[in-house]
Design a protein around this ligand. Structure first.
Ligand code: PAF
Length: 300
C-alpha cells in the first residue's frame, strides 16, 4: 500500500495507473475509519482495479463553532485498517497542500442544501463540494463510494457530478449499523454510556415512520408527526434537531410522498450530533410494502 501526501506525487501515480488501463475506485474520508468505511472500501475493491482512500479532515466544511480541531484523528490506526482492507493508495495531504491559496476560492452549492443538516450548518456543503471537486480533479476516479448514512451528502455529490460533467459513477452504499440499529459513525465514540444506549432509538423512530407508510399513510405531515412523537416520547438525553420527510435525491418538500423519499432525523447529544435516515421507494408493485433503497442514483 502506498501512502501519498503530495498532489504532485498523486498526479504522477494516477497517470501511471490510468495509462495501464486500470479502473480507479475512490473512497473519500476524514479518517478515524470504522466499519462503515470498511464496507465502502470492500465495495470499491469488488468493482474497481485500484482503490484510493483519501484521509483529510477538511477545514472548510466545519463551521466556526464546530469540532474541526477535536474531530477524532488516528492516522496510524487508519493505516493499519486500510492495509488490512486491501486499499492500494492512501492520499493523506495536509491543509496547505489542499488549499495552497487558502480559502481564496470556494464552491457555492445552491440546491439540496437548505434542508436537513445543511440548514443548521450554513456553508458546510460549500466546503464538502470544494474539497470533493479538488479530490475528483486529482484522483480522476471512475467510481466514487459514499455511505447513505449521510444521504444529503450523497444528493450533493450527485449534483456535483451532473453540474460539473464528471465522468464518474456515484455508488451510494447502505448504512452500516450496530446490532441495536445505531448507524456507525466516527462521532459515536463521544457518546456517554447512557447516550449510546438511547441513540439506538433514532433508527427505531424512523422505522415507525416507515411502518406507517407501509400501512398506507402518504401524508408528509402525519409521517413526520409520528416520528417526532416517537422521539419526543422516548429520548431523555438527546435534543431533536430535525425530523424531515422529503423527496430524494432532490430533497424537496411536498404534502404527500411520491416515488423515492427520505425520512431523516438529527439529534444533538452533549458532545455529538447524530444523524440517521431511511431512503426508500414507494413502489406501487409492492402493494404498500417499501423496499429500502441501496441502488444507484445515476447509472452511467
Ligand atoms: O463524509 C466525509 O467524511 C466528508 O464529508 C468527505 C466526503 C470526506 C469530504 O470531506
Amino acid at each position: 500500500m502506498q501512502m501519498i501526501h503530495s498532489v504532485k506525487e498523486m498526479n504522477k501515480t494516477i497517470r501511471q495507473m490510468k495509462s495501464s488501463g486500470k479502473t480507479i475506485g475512490f473512497v473519500p474520508t476524514m479518517g478515524f475509519l470504522h466499519e462503515g468505511h470498511q464496507s465502502l472500501i470492500s465495495q470499491a475493491k469488488e468493482m474497481c482495479d485500484i482503490v484510493v482512500l483519501s484521509i483529510f479532515v477538511n477545514p472548510t466544511q466545519f463551521g466556526p463553532n464546530e469540532d474541526y480541531l477535536t474531530y477524532p484523528r488516528d492516522i496510524k490506526r487508519d493505516k493499519m485498517i486500510a492495509e488490512e482492507e486491501g486499499v492500494d493508495i492512501i492520499f493523506n495531504p495536509d491543509a496547505d497542500e489542499m488549499y495552497p491559496l487558502g480559502e481564496s476560492m470556494l464552491v457555492k452549492v445552491n440546491d439540496r442544501v437548505d434542508v436537513l443538516c445543511g440548514r443548521s450548518r450554513p456553508g458546510h456543503f460549500d466546503g464538502v463540494a470544494t474539497i470533493l471537486i479538488k479530490l475528483f480533479n486529482i484522483i480522476m476516479p471512475d467510481k466514487v463510494f459514499f455511505g447513505l448514512k449521510d444521504a444529503q451528502q450523497v444528493a450533493v455529490v450527485d449534483s456535483i457530478i451532473k453540474n460539473f460533467h464528471y465522468p464518474i459513477q456515484l455508488i451510494p452504499c447502505e448504512t452500516k449499523r450496530e446490532e441495536d440499529g445505531l448507524a456507525k459513525s466516527s462521532r459515536n465514540v463521544r457518546l456517554s454510556a447512557d447516550e449510546r444506549q438511547e441513540a439506538a432509538l433514532l433508527n427505531k423512530g424512523l422505522q415507525e415512520g416507515l411502518l406507517l407508510i407501509n400501512k398506507g399513510e402518504r401524508s408528509v405531515s402525519r409521517i413526520k408527526k409520528c416520528v417526532t412523537l416517537f422521539l419526543e416520547t422516548h429520548l431523555r438525553l438527546g435534543k431533536i434537531d430535525y425530523v424531515e420527510v422529503l423527496s430524494y435525491p432532490e430533497l424537496q418538500s411536498a404534502t404527500s410522498i411520491t416515488e423515492r423519499f427520505i425520512i431523516a432525523c438529527a439529534v444533538q447529544y452533549k458532545e455529538a450530533r447524530l444523524i440517521d435516515n431511511i431512503v426508500a421507494d414507494l413502489d406501487p408493485d409492492l402493494k404498500g410494502e417499501q423496499k429500502q433503497y441501496v441502488a444507484h442514483i445515476d447509472e452511467k
